[in-house]
Ligand binder design. Sequence first.
Ligand SMILES: [Zn+2]
Length: 147
Amino acid sequence: MDQTSDTHWIDQNGRAWKKRPAHETGALGRCPRCGEGHIFTGFLTVRDHCEVCGLDYSFADPADGPAVFVQLFACVPGVVFIVMLEIMARPGLWVHLAVGVPVLILTAILPLRPIKGWLIAAQFTTRAQEAGTAALWAKLHGGEPRG
Ligand SMILES: [Zn+2]
């Protein structure tokens, strides 16, 4: 059974993994427990489990959280930049195609992976759980299920 201490996660095989904050593991695509394995198998596809420590990623469900963060903190500044470019410089259509399209792609797509990884790691470290998944969390973290 999994156990945890204040400073380490202890997996089902008794190995201890130093606890790290979510921004040091998930945001880099690393496993929130061991910090060595990978969360993703593709750009945004979550693996079944960590290939190093065996952490089962079935708890990982950030839903549309990454998209909300990207919209709020990346896309809005990108669109404001494009609108200001039009207002200030009135460039030709080709400038908008050459500058605006890459800006939107970069601000919309690139942050998705680190934000999704960060949210998954935060789910693990804070033990965020959906109602009815207490047994899964007990299996992952050891100890008694929380209410
Ligand atoms: Zn791992």
